[in-house]
Write a new protein. Sequence first.
Length: 262
Amino acid sequence: MKKIECVIMDWAGTAIDYGCFAPVSAFLESFRAIGIEVTAEEARRPMGLTKIDHVRALFDMPRIGKCFEDLYHRSYNEEDVQGRYEDFQRLLFSTLKEYTTPIPHVIETLDQLRAQGIKIGSTTGYTREMMDVVIPAAAAKGYQTENCVTSDGLPGGRPYPYMIYKNMCDLAVPSRMSVLKYGDTISDIKEGVNAGVWTVGAIIGSNEMGLTEEEFLQLSAEDRKQKMAEVRHRMYAAGADYVVDDITELPALIEAINKRMN
């Protein structure tokens, strides 16, 4: 019988850090230091990439690139990228532990899946050094995975599929059809699509939604419905097999996928 044997989670915005705010604030401050005001929407657009690639993606945005040229009378170069990345890392590490609170329902839902024999792996846009801070801090708050793969030492991070494949090797999962990738960014969706695994997007608490829990709960019913529909559309457009409101829908969805495969 074919079935889902492994769920591969993203971290910030999916499992911890509701709204994915740790990297956003660091990106904004890093670029502000060279006189460029990056908007939160711009900072969120490449989220899920490795952080050095995220910096490059920000510089490549036409508005930001033009701001740089207007200020410095030249195009940006790799030295500029490295400078913003170093500043981003300094800013991120100074606050990273504060953004490791599990998103509601994640712990109990994954425990439910584990009770069914499903392995829990993970991928991330953070480096191994960053995850050395995040993993123990999240574990102290009750969140753990059986495996965490970063792009360090691999040919590339998202949207490439290598971190998913490494999880499959580490967790001894022999078939991509037995793997489900669950994440909150467009890069997560593309990672899953490129790996050929079942790919599920998460809306509430996501980078794509970009709201704190308090902001989300304060939305009117109509505004909430509209914003969630916008995120759902973007994730399906990126290739997601399914998009759920939150992780509590995952056990029933896995059951439906298992039936679909048999």
